[in-house]
Design a protein around this ligand. Structure first.
Ligand SMILES: [Zn+2]
Ligand SMILES: [Zn+2]
Length: 297
């Protein structure tokens, strides 16, 4: 049972040993702790796979999360004021629906009235009225997105993390606390209707990958998307960069627009579990845009 009197160390033991949840430590302001000098250099550990495998204790934010209690205790030792946080996503088998007061509360009532909020493991956040509801990860890719489940309701899925009890919210001074005993409260599955809201059916995202593309451009793009989809585990990020460079060449020849190439590759990247932030949510940032620019040179 984690209460206001539970120490960070005791809580860490419950999270890692009973809940089997990968956890890590945030700075007291809720931001990730700084990377070491080596890991701060660009090109050092840049892909998600490299960050997951980095041997450093606490570099790369949630990528440092682990169920190895000794490592977590070392982190707590190194950051005496640090907050405990849990990594969400397929790695931990969890998705968190984060209701932020005040905007998220009407959305919560609406979802409840529609029967979409199943009773599940939950914690009260450090903001009065705020609540985190934890559900089983349904598999595939769940995008972490603010407002992802409606106004004021964030989705913490792949690439996401949440502060955990008994941490204290840096702004309000209130403790996060469990609604019930964590270990005895089961995590339910996401209601299919809620899953539809947080992961809309794919059709709309494919729209940009259509008519104005030349037949040759279309065939080539299908091939490039397949390269990303079928890259061996651990190589999806480099495959994405390679495919983006080739797509940039198609853009330069007018076979496809940069927008179409980006949309198709972005979709493939998400399917492969590459976080939105790294793939590049817009045509101006991330791995895809780097590749597209390089291919057009
Ligand atoms: Zn590193
Ligand atoms: Zn490091």
């Amino acid at each position: 049972m984690i209460t206001a009197d539970t120490t960070r160390e005791e809580a860490a033991e419950i999270y890692t040993q009973v809940c089997k949840m990968p956890i890590f430590v945030l700075s007291p302001t809720k931001s990730p702790v700084a990377n070491c000098d080596e890991c701060s250099q660009k090109g050092h550990h840049d892909t998600p796979e490299e960050m997951d495998e980095c041997p450093c204790l606490a570099c790369h934010g949630f990528h440092a999360a682990t169920t190895d209690l000794d490592r977590v205790l070392e982190m707590l030792d190194r950051y005496p004021d640090g907050l405990l946080a849990g990594r969400m996503g397929v790695v931990s088998g969890l998705v968190c629906i984060d209701f932020d007061p005040p905007a998220g509360l009407p959305t919560m009532r609406d979802l409840m009235e529609r029967g979409l909020l199943r009773e599940t493991r939950a914690q009260f956040t450090g903001r009065e009225g705020g609540i985190h509801m934890f559900y089983k990860h349904p598999g595939g890719y769940i995008t972490s997105r603010s407002g992802g489940a409606g106004t004021g309701v964030d989705v913490k899925g792949d690439g996401g993390y949440v502060v955990l009890a008994p941490s204290v919210h840096p702004k309000t001074g209130r403790r996060y606390r469990w609604r019930y005993d964590w270990a005895s409260a089961p995590c339910d599955e996401l209601h299919p209707g809620l899953l539809d809201i947080i992961r809309p059916p794919e059709a709309p995202r494919r729209r940009s990958f259509d008519r104005t593309i030349t037949p040759r451009g279309h065939t080539r793009m299908v091939g490039l998307v397949r390269t990303v989809m079928e890259a061996p585990p651990g190589q999806s990020n480099s495959a994405l960069y390679w495919a983006s460079c080739r797509a940039g060449e198609l853009v330069a020849r007018g076979e496809v627009t940069a927008h179409q190439a980006h949309a198709a590759l972005f979709e493939a990247a998400l399917q492969r579990g590459i976080p939105e932030r790294e793939a590049g949510a817009t045509p101006d940032n991330g791995v895809i845009s780097q590749g597209l620019r390089r291919g057009q040179r």
